[in-house]
Design a protein around this ligand. Structure first.
Ligand code: SF4
Length: 252
């Protein structure tokens, strides 16, 4: 018999309501705003991209707690001012806010000016970043921004990071990060058969269309169920004995 995944996501929704305080709704709100006709400005795109970079290896909670300071540090995402901002100054200030990642921050800040120029190149070609992100499917947009051979490749930005940026500006797409790939993979829920990031994105889109739950909502429920400091059930060492969706899982 076919599994009722709509029911599974409803069970997760109910479970997380009681268990997780301070759930972050930024992305769900952005997608809902776009669905209601909102158009995102150049500054909002830049903000979405920079926050996606900052949170790549630093917990989102830490970034969010300092959001007002980050907005100021990044000149409220005014591209002209930001292009003149010294990368070393930005790095030092990020360190003071205790949101520095030794693996990513330095390269990201030194590449910031080049990435803003790539956004400007896109704006010139397509008329606006809005027109660009909506002119074809999300998968094609991700390829244009993340693939190394693309003219519009953003530096230090792979598929997951570009997905996060697009979600910050209200595009409905799943982010294939470690939690999502692990819970959806063959050994657990076995919803996704392919292993590549693009396979995860495509198969989640298919499921979303089938069950009528948008992709960011599916991602939000799964991610919060898995993640440390949030639901913390389906972690690397899963707590299957307390799992509310174990009847859907191969590992139960
Ligand atoms: S049964 Fe275990 S592995 Fe499967 S979804 Fe639940 S916690 Fe994760």
């Amino acid at each position: 018999m076919e599994k009722d995944y709509c029911k599974m996501f409803n069970i997760l929704d109910e479970y997380l309501k009681d268990k997780v305080q301070d759930i972050d709704l930024t992305i769900l709100e952005a997608v809902s705003a776009r669905n209601n006709g909102k158009s995102f400005s150049f500054e909002e795109h830049l903000k979405g991209f920079i926050y996606a970079q900052l949170s790549a290896l630093v917990s989102w909670k830490k970034i969010k707690d300092n959001q007002t300071k980050f907005d100021e540090l990044f000149c409220n995402f005014d591209r002209s001012k930001l292009k003149e901002q010294s990368a070393d100054f930005l790095i030092e200030e990020i360190k003071k806010l205790k949101c520095y990642s030794p693996y990513t921050t330095k390269n990201q800040m030194h590449a910031l000016r080049a990435n803003i120029e790539t956004f400007e190149k896109i704006e010139q070609k397509f008329g606006s970043l809005e027109k660009f992100v909506t002119h074809t499917t999300p998968v094609n947009i991700i390829k244009l921004l993340a693939d190394s051979k693309s003219t519009y490749k953003l530096k230090y930005s792979g598929v997951a990071l570009v997905c996060e940026y697009l979600r910050n500006v209200g595009i409905d797409v799943i982010k294939p990060d470690v939690h999502i790939k692990r819970i959806l993979g063959a050994e657990r829920l076995s919803i996704v058969k392919g292993k590549s990031d693009y396979a995860v994105i495509a198969e989640c889109k298919e499921l979303s269309d089938e069950i009528g739950i948008n992709q960011v909502k599916m991602d939000y429920l799964l991610w919060n169920y898995c993640s440390k400091g949030y639901g913390e059930v389906c972690t690397a060492k899963p707590k299957c004995e307390k799992c509310v969706i174990r009847e859907y899982c191969n590992k139960r």
